[in-house]
Design a protein around this ligand. Structure first.
Ligand code: ATP
Length: 345
């Protein structure tokens, strides 16, 4: 592991941990995301790793070198970590080139600007090297800030909500470009975000945080399709939750009929099924207790979201645009995949 975070805790007020005994590791060249709602402790975790905060308990090491533990704290500038802040934090009185060259004090003066220009070119900003930050758009400032962070060749780059100041269109394209730049440079990075779509599309692995703790770590596919907890299932997107009694079986009876489980389960369980793992059919014959009613429909071009009411329960179904129903149509819900049993059932 490149970065190892072990049993990390932090309090600002006594007995009120904002980071509560979390552990994770980041591999070489990996892009890792800390994802969670506002106030769950993501930024504090990032700031602890960068050395801007002192930990209460635990240990942080980079490439085998201990950076923080009780009674030991390596200064931020000596950690070999680059930082891209939410507001970019470029020096307003310096042009783009000077901003990038600023962190290259270890190089002889004549080499600093040559190398800074090279890195600016890598982030697509070579033509803007003489512009001051005020004369650059948000997306352009973002790329200068990234160039400044990666120019000193840090072992790890931290990105704290770096796309949140960009409008939706620019956010999408900048995200793709920044990921491409990091991958091409073979850099490891940690992204902090509360935007699940951003984490899913940007990161190789994601740690989902809630209330100072990590609920699950996995690839985007794992956390989305195999959530371990109710929180992860609901935070990562829309889902249908089913509650039932299981007796050492891998199938449960529900309002919509029998549903297969992704594992054997016992006792009262809650399981999650993504809307795209359900489909709709016309009822076969007369309406029965398994017949639902379409109560809402969101047409999105390539797919459709249906809202179905069945025996007082609300279900969400994503289908492709060939499955056509209209409000008040009667439908039967059919599972396409096993439901995922949640650990905190
Ligand atoms: P956001 O997405 O809103 O930035 P976050 O998940 O990054 O949220 P943090 O900024 O890490 O959350 O904050 C976690 C908790 O710690 C919050 O309740 C916050 O108010 C508190 N906190 C953060 N910094 C300080 C500080 N310097 N002093 C006191 N409390 C703080």
């Amino acid at each position: 592991m490149l970065l190892e975070v072990k049993n990390l805790s932090k309090e600002f007020e006594k007995d009120k941990p904002v980071v509560n005994n979390i552990s994770f590791g980041i591999k070489e060249e990996e892009i890792f995301a800390l994802l969670g709602p506002s106030g769950c402790g993501k930024t504090t975790t990032l700031r602890l790793i960068a050395g801007f905060e002192h930990l209460l308990e635990g240990e942080i090491s980079l490439n085998g070198k201990i950076l923080s533990r009780t009674g030991h704290h390596v200064a931020p500038q000596k950690r070999g970590i680059g930082f891209v802040f939410q507001d970019y934090a470029l020096f307003p009185h310096m042009n783009a080139l000077e901003n990038v060259a600023f962190g290259l004090g270890h190089l002889p003066k004549h080499k600093r600007e040559v190398f800074a220009e090279e890195v600016l070119c890598r982030t697509g900003m070579g033509d803007f090297k003489d512009r001051s930050p005020a004369a650059l758009s948000g997306g352009q400032q973002q790329r200068v800030a990234l160039a400044r962070a990666i120019a000193p060749k840090p072992q790890l780059v931290m990105l704290d909500e770096p796309f949140s100041n960009l409008d939706a269109m620019l956010r999408d394209s900048t995200r793709k470009e920044v990921r491409g730049i990091l991958k091409k440079a073979g850099m490891s990075a940690i992204l902090v975000t509360h935007d699940q779509e951003e984490a899913l599309s940007f990161a190789d692995r994601i740690a989902v945080m809630n209330d100072g703790k990590i609920e699950q770590i996995g690839t985007p596919e794992e956390v989305y399709y195999k959530p371990k907890t109710r929180f992860v299932a609901q935070f990562l997107g829309r889902t249908n939750l089913f509650e039932a009694d299981a007796v050492g079986v891998n199938e449960i009876q529900t309002n919509i009929g029998p549903i297969k489980l992704d594992c054997q389960a016992c006792g009262r369980i809650v399981c999650s099924m993504r809307p795209e793992h359900l489909t709709l059919e016309k009822p076969n014959g007369t309406a029965s207790e398994k017949t639902g009613l379409i109560v809402g429909r969101e047409f999105k071009g390539h797919d459709i979201t249906y809202h179905v009411l069945l025996r007082g329960e609300h279900y969400i179904v994503h289908t492709d645009n060939r499955i056509l129903f209209k409000p008040d149509d009667q439908v039967v819900l059919k599972p396409l995949e096993p439901a995922v049993v949640l650990r905190d059932s």
